[in-house]
Design a binder for this molecule. Structure first.
Ligand code: MG
Length: 266
């Protein structure tokens, strides 16, 4: 990632980001309802692309450069031991899998970026727990994004949730600033760095995105140049929201407001 200055967004700019965020939330809600055994990951991708383009927006991930050329899809769909950046294709979703879907959209130049993980049909209790705990860690990180705190408070809050359950915390991929670019400074680690990091202040917009695994945190990129998988084959979950820090605290831009208030107070 190129080194860039951290930019703070005005309230008017945050409102524009909220439009992108709302679209991403709607896309993930809709795609989530289509996840079932037999559906292909490319069908989910086509649905997401249609929703984003018919809203007059652009998928954020299309054109992102990788080692083997630009990314061509709207979604990343990562199943089971795949952590992030799974490429949509003819693969059919099956009973018992866990499916992580990451979506991004640009509305009038402003980005929203979010991910959720779903279980398909019956899975073992430990798998349900991995998914739920990773989600909880995301909310713990978001709750720590208060003016006056530092970035490492977010990282520590996320890491503590993983440590309490003995999960691996993926270290090679992390959260990030977001705005007129999908990836801006600063990076937001999901583990303590030993440094307090930047002070959190109103206008800071972040994508907070823990990736937890059932065992080792070690990952590698497949030969397709994109798909990140756990080295030991253990299952991985990924949750992400784009937030804006306001004087009153964190505001989640990639969920519906009612759900957000319930989760942050839980
Ligand atoms: Mg992201």
């Amino acid at each position: 990632m190129a080194e860039r200055r951290v930019t703070l967004k005005s309230n008017a700019q945050i409102e524009r980001m909220a439009l992108a965020g709302r679209l991403v939330a709607e896309v993930l809600d809709r795609v989530g309802r289509e996840i079932r055994p037999g559906v292909t990951t490319l069908e989910l991708d086509a649905l997401a692309e249609e929703m984003i383009r018919s809203a007059g927006a652009t998928p954020s991930f299309v054109g992102v450069q990788g080692p083997a050329g630009p990314y061509r899809h709207t979604l990343c769909v990562s199943i089971d031991e795949e952590v992030v950046h799974g490429i949509p294709g003819r693969r059919r979703i099956a009973e018992g899998q866990i499916v992580s879907i990451d979506a991004g959209a640009v509305v009038d130049g402003w980005h929203g970026d979010a991910a959720r993980t779903w279980t398909v049909g019956h899975v073992a209790p430990q798998v349900t727990r991995l998914v739920a705990v990773t989600r909880d860690a995301m909310y713990a990180g978001i709750a720590a994004a208060q003016p006056g705190n530092h970035l490492d408070d977010i990282s520590a809050a996320i890491e503590d949730v993983a440590l309490a359950h003995g999960y691996g915390v993926v270290r090679q991929f992390v959260g990030h600033g977001i705005g007129t670019a999908m990836h801006e400074e600063p990076q937001v680690m999901n583990f303590r760095t030993g440094q307090r990091g930047r002070r959190i202040e109103p206008g800071l917009c972040l994508a907070i995105e823990p990736m937890f695994t059932l065992r080792s945190h070690e990952v590698r990129v497949r030969r397709d140049g994109w798909t990140v998988e756990t080295r030991d084959g253990s299952l991985a979950a990924h949750w992400e929201n784009t937030i804006a820090v306001t004087a009153e605290g964190p505001r989640i831009l990639t969920e519906h407001p009612v759900a957000v208030a319930q989760k942050l107070s839980a």
